[in-house]
Design a protein around this ligand. Sequence first.
Ligand code: NAD
Ligand code: UDP
Length: 311
Amino acid sequence: MKRILVTGGAGFLGSHLCDRLLGDGHEVVCLDNYFTGRKVNVERHLANPRFELLRHDVIDPFKVEVDWIFNLACPASPIHYQHNPIKTTKTSVMGAINCLGLAKRVGARVFQASTSEVYGDPEVHPQAEDYRGHVNPIGPRACYDEGKRCAETLFFDYHRQNRLDIRVVRIFNTYGPRMLADDGRVVSNFVVQALRGEDLTIYGDGTQTRSFCYVSDLVEGFVRFMEDESGYPGPLNLGNPGEFTMLELAEKILAKVGGPSKLVYLPLPQDDPKQRRPDISLAREKLSWEPKVGLDEGLECTIEYFRANGA
Ligand code: NAD
Ligand code: UDP
């Protein structure tokens, strides 16, 4: 049994990770400032003596005696990370510094939730870990992309300079229950719009592609990487290599939900990546990991969640 800190633990991915770690018998300290996370995501653990919930901002230093740290704190949807972009950069950079400082002090293994956004609007397809990316450093997505890139730099410098035991994962679009209905990400937008009988908002012509990973597959990858004793620090892509246009996604969701919704076309946001698909050869080789939940099955669980939660 380990004592584990999960920053951003009340968010979408963080709360699923807390469920998994508690289920595996570990002690979990969940730290969150509730910017995009919610207490309700972890409330069933509040009576569990192996669970602790701290309201705290990762920008400010924190001390807690732990064996492992998962650093997930950062808004992940474009609407939320662009709401206060300076705060987003601070969260990524100072959050990383505070997690790394703590890991150094207590000798913990430390995990960073990085992102496929480090590849920007990629000119290489699919994206493998050795691709260095095509990022606009001054655009509206830069607070997130460059904040995450700087966090990766810090992780690798602490690894080289202080021999810190790090694990850096580049997460590709992940979806599932507990996404916020209003955070603007495409799967939750389309599902909620379809359930409400509203039109589905396609940005641009809908031919841009993404690869969608179901949350349980991703969490399995997180845990395998953290348990891996080979010392491989990453970066490691985790995602589902199935690739779909936004039009294909919209049609799938419409077919599953039914109802009167149609497609409406809105302008494409600036710097929106045209294509994205992970090369997961490294995760297959290092962790024998690959996703098991296909898009149809995952969408059905997600639709069920939003239907039950009054979308
Ligand atoms: P989320 O917004 O649901 O979760 C982020 C959590 O961090 C929330 O609980 C939020 O309240 C908390 N948080 C934000 N700023 C904070 C701060 N300054 N101090 C403390 N807590 C703070 O998003 P998510 O999808 O669960 O993403 C989790 C992590 O995974 C993020 O770091 C994100 O960048 C990364 N990621 C997610 C995806 C995805 O598709 N879901 C893809 C790539 C990377
Ligand atoms: N998108 C869309 N309609 C929406 C929300 C998003 O067409 O209502 C598109 C968006 O332009 C992008 C893709 O869906 O091309 C994925 O967007 P999301 O914000 O989920 O993730 P990211 O762009 O960060 O990969």
